[in-house]
Design a binder for this molecule. Structure first.
Ligand SMILES: O=P(O)(O)OC[C@H]1O[C@@H](O)[C@H](O)[C@@H](O)[C@@H]1O
Length: 306
């Protein structure tokens, strides 16, 4: 069976050997295994901390948590009762359906609607659908956000939100470079003062490394990224997700995270496409779709990139 659902966990298996596991809790992808053309044996492409809860008691420290409707601490007046990164990553989603099940693609849809618990802290009407699709060398995740308000009042009852895919890409962090962010403007969240955090910097590096504590929000970042290391890498392409966050806590911030395994920061880089500078806005009855496609890179790229 290419799609299995057991105890809150959904497994997708592709005819060519790749696979995905996701939890209904947070709709969090916790494993994506795929090979390359030259090395077809499937290997794990995502990082999950061995100290992470995966029992639904806390957001998963790894994989691909879904961030909605706010990124970081809430700043929008409608989000003020929410925790950092919103509620989508720690609510139990519903398994809706298998969308595709053929030799090319296996895909499923999960959904999340307001519950009493959500409404107590966030009273906007919404419907979320999350589609995870697995191909031989690729995973894609699509978040469909619908403003289900039926209000015809003026001004319109818009849904204003941020959304982001918090990808923990398994990689030797000290050898990683992220391209092409040179000359993009970014906000450096590692700065000590609020004033410095809110002042845009311009990226001067051809390839962005994370050898130091890095927490950078690139605005209007281009929508196509390569995360490479000697001998490997992934490419990420997006739709409607204008910004990208590059985050690695390194030891200095990593040791302060209770659910981070020792040295875990050496084994991943977070490259997180999202709409996180400002807010996406949808009118009543309308749907917004944010998508990413992550593909394995088959051949060494670093020789040309360096
Ligand atoms: O610990 P959390 O809530 O999962 O967040 C992890 C990190 O997520 C990143 O996306 C943020 O830019 C960081 O500032 C944050 O520390």
């Amino acid at each position: 069976m290419p799609v299995k659902q057991v105890s809150g966990r959904v497994t997708l298996t592709h005819a060519k050997g790749s696979s995905v596991e996701l939890l209904l809790y947070g709709a969090t992808v916790i494993s994506w295994k795929a090979g390359t053309i030259t090395e077809p044996q499937s290997i794990e492409r995502l990082f999950v901390s061995s100290k992470s809860a995966i029992d639904g008691s806390k957001p998963v420290r790894g994989g691909i948590p879904v961030i909605f409707p706010c990124f970081g601490p809430p700043s929008h007046p409608e989000h003020m009762k929410l925790a950092q990164h919103g509620f989508a990553r720690n609510e139990v989603w519903k398994f809706d359906s298998i969308i595709m099940d053929n030799d090319e693609v296996v895909s499923v849809r999960l959904t999340l609607e307001p519950t009493a618990g959500i409404t107590a802290k966030y009273d906007k009407p919404f419907h979320l659908a999350y589609i995870v699709a697995l191909a031989e060398h690729q995973i894609s995740t699509d978040l469909h956000v619908t403003n289900t308000s039926t209000s015809t009042a003026y001004p319109p009852d818009n849904l204003e939100f941020q959304a982001l895919f918090h990808n923990y890409i398994r990689a030797p962090a000290n050898d990683v470079l992220v391209f092409p962010l040179q000359s993009k403007s970014y906000f450096d969240k590692t700065e000590a003062s609020e004033e410095a955090r809110n002042k845009p910097k311009v990226e001067t590096r051809a390839g962005v490394d994370v050898r130091q504590f890095t927490d950078s929000v690139y605005e209007d970042a281009g929508g196509k990224y390569e995360v490479t290391w000697p001998g490997g890498g992934v490419e990420i392409t997006v739709r409607e997700l204008k910004d990208v966050v590059v985050w690695n806590p390194q030891q200095v911030a990593g040791v302060k995270m209770g659910d981070m395994e020792d040295g875990g920061w050496e084994r991943y880089v977070c490259v997180e496409p999202g709409h996180v500078r400002g807010f996406a806005k949808i009118e009543p009855g309308k749907t917004w779709i944010g998508q990413q496609v992550i593909s394995v890179i088959h051949h060494e790229r670093r020789i040309n990139q360096l």
